[in-house]
Design a protein around this ligand. Structure first.
Ligand code: NAI
Length: 244
C-alpha cells in the first residue's frame, strides 16, 4: 500500500465548511485530490467565504442542518458522495441553562448530525463511504458554562458509535474527532481576553492553542485507506489537553 493519501475521485461534503475547522478540513481534502462541497447556513456566510484555495476550488452550497428541506435541496445538487463531515456547530454558553437555548444547541449539534447522516445514507451506501463527526473535548468532561453544548457533544459520541455499528453492514465507517482549544470564530471572545487565553494555553501540555489546520490531518487519515478498519472511534486532537 502506498501511504500517500490520494482522495481523487472522491466527493466530500463538509457542513459549516465556509469557516474555521470545516474550511481547513475542506482545504486539506482538496489538497488530497477530492472534490469538496462546503456548505454554509446563510447567504452572508456563503458570500464571506473564499472558495478558492491553493489546491483547488470548493463548491459552496447553502444548507441549514436544522432544516430537512434545506438538506434535501443541497443534496439534490450533488451526485455521488463519499465523505460526509458533520462539522457545523454552535454554542450559547450560559444561555444554555434555559431550555429553549439548550434545545437549540442540541437541535444543531446533535440532531443536525443525525439528520445529515440519515439524508446522506443512500448516497454513502452506494460508495461505501464514511462519516466524520466533529465532537469536542467536552465529549470527555463536563463544562460548568455550556451544558447544552456539552450534552450535544457527549451525545454525538453515542450517535457515532451507534451509526458505526448499524451501518457497518453498508460498508460505511463512522468516526469522530474531538478537537481541543482551536483558534476560530467560536473561541474568538475567549482569545481576546488575555487572562483567559493565557490560562487555557498554560493548561495545554503542548503549550499552544491549536489551529484549524491541526484538526484537518486527522480528518484526512480517517477517510483514507490507512483507516479502513477504523470505525466507531473518537480521536482527540487537542495538544494533550484531555490527557492532562
Ligand atoms: P465556526 O463558528 O467557525 O464554525 C461553525 C460553523 O457551523 C459555522 O460556519 C456556522 O455557520 C456553522 N453552523 C452553525 N449552525 C449551523 C446550522 N444550523 N446549519 C449549518 N451550519 C451551521 O467554529 P469552529 O471552531 O470552526 O467549529 C467547527 C466545529 O468544531 C463545531 O462543531 C464546534 O463545536 C467544533 N469544535 C470547535 C472547537 C474550538 O475550539 N474552536 C473545539 C471543539 C469542537
Amino acid at each position: 500500500m502506498a501511504w500517500t493519501v490520494d482522495l481523487s475521485g472522491k466527493v466530500a461534503l463538509v457542513t459549516g465548511g465556509a469557516t474555521g475547522i470545516g474550511y481547513a478540513i475542506g482545504s486539506a481534502f482538496l489538497e488530497a485530490g477530492a472534490a469538496v462541497v462546503a456548505t454554509a447556513r446563510s447567504d452572508a456566510s456563503l458570500a464571506a467565504c473564499n472558495p478558492e484555495t491553493e489546491y483547488g476550488t470548493m463548491q459552496l452550497l447553502k444548507l441549514d442542518v436544522t432544516n430537512d428541506i434545506s438538506i434535501d435541496a443541497a443534496l439534490e445538487q450533488i451526485g455521488r458522495l463519499d465523505i460526509l463531515v458533520n462539522n457545523a456547530g454552535m454554542v450559547k454558553r450560559a444561555l444554555e441553562f434555559q431550555s429553549e437555548n439548550f434545545a437549540d444547541v442540541i437541535n444543531t449539534n446533535l440532531m443536525g448530525v443525525q439528520r445529515m447522516a440519515q439524508h446522506c445514507l443512500p448516497k454513502l451506501a452506494l460508495t461505501r463511504g464514511c462519516i466524520i463527526n466533529v465532537a469536542s473535548m467536552w465529549s470527555y468532561f463536563g463544562s460548568r458554562t455550556a451544558p447544552g453544548y456539552t450534552a450535544s457533544k457527549t451525545g454525538l459520541v453515542g450517535l457515532t458509535r451507534s451509526l458505526a455499528h448499524a451501518w457497518a453492514e453498508h460498508g460505511i465507517r463512522v468516526n469522530a474527532i474531538a478537537p481541543g482549544w482551536i483558534a476560530t470564530k467560536m473561541t474568538q471572545a475567549l482569545r481576546e481576553d488575555q487572562e483567559q487565553y493565557e490560562g487555557i494555553r498554560s493548561r495545554i501540555p503542548m503549550g499552544e492553542w491549536g489551529r484549524p489546520e491541526d484538526v484537518a490531518g486527522t480528518a484526512v487519515f480517517l477517510c483514507s485507506p490507512a483507516a479502513s478498519y477504523v470505525t466507531g472511534a473518537l480521536i482527540p486532537v487537542d495538544g494533550g489537553y484531555s490527557a492532562a
